[in-house]
Write a protein that binds this ligand. Sequence first.
Ligand SMILES: Nc1ncnc2c1ncn2[C@@H]1O[C@H](COP(=O)(O)OP(=O)(O)OP(=O)(O)O)[C@@H](O)[C@H]1O
Ligand SMILES: [Mg+2]
Length: 234
Amino acid sequence: MLQVRDVRISYGRVPAVHGVSLSVAAGTIAAVVGANGAGKSTVLRAVSGLNRIDSGSIELDGKPIHDLPAHRRVPLGLSLVPEGRHLFPRLTVRRNLELGAFTRRDAREIRQSLEMVLETFPFLKDRQEQQAGTLSGGEQQMLAIGRGLMSRPRILLLDEPSWGVAPMLVARIFETILAINRTGVAVLLVEQNVQRALSIAHRATVIQTGRVVAEGSAAELLGSDLVRKAYLGL
Ligand SMILES: Nc1ncnc2c1ncn2[C@@H]1O[C@H](COP(=O)(O)OP(=O)(O)OP(=O)(O)O)[C@@H](O)[C@H]1O
Ligand SMILES: [Mg+2]
């Protein structure tokens, strides 16, 4: 469904990603793991359209999308839940969710999505008028995922969903990602929490300083001593 082929990405003149390829099959969870600064967010932002690629290609359903601006990739089914969440802290929970539907017009369908998100995250039901910035870290993460779902994605791009989340809530975040995937939404998951990411992913790509150093089924990677020791810190 999503094919990233040999992309190179730089910030100004400083190269950050030196030819990364990865793919996400329909209905699956693909994880991208690697140390700080490896280039995980850079690749994810390129998929969503927030970073330009210098070369290579990004295809959705076999069609190149890398020249489209970010807002035109959303209606095609790509939705980014960015690292650090980037909610609007002074706006209400409800407003933050509605903003996730900014590319949609059909009020009835948007309402249905809102109901689906509130089913997924029932604690948000009573908090719709609360300012987003007053939620706990884990609650904000769930709101950010909920906002991401409001565009009705076919692929959800999640950047460090367990970041800043109390350990008690981390398991719940991962369970929710699995539940979302079971509804048919594919997931491209960037995580520092390697063990948990690989425990829910089908396939995984390990990147180190802007290059792919290992790729395979999540079970294979978890089972490989070399990969565990050298790249996963397990
Ligand atoms: N806006 C930017 N301007 C300049 N350099 C950047 C920018 N964003 C990232 N970089 C650099 O690009 C490289 C890859 O960064 P990136 O944020 O993609 O890593 P990451 O794998 O997501 O790391 P982390 O796990 O810490 O989030 C790093 O060397 C980083 O310093
Ligand atoms: Mg990152």
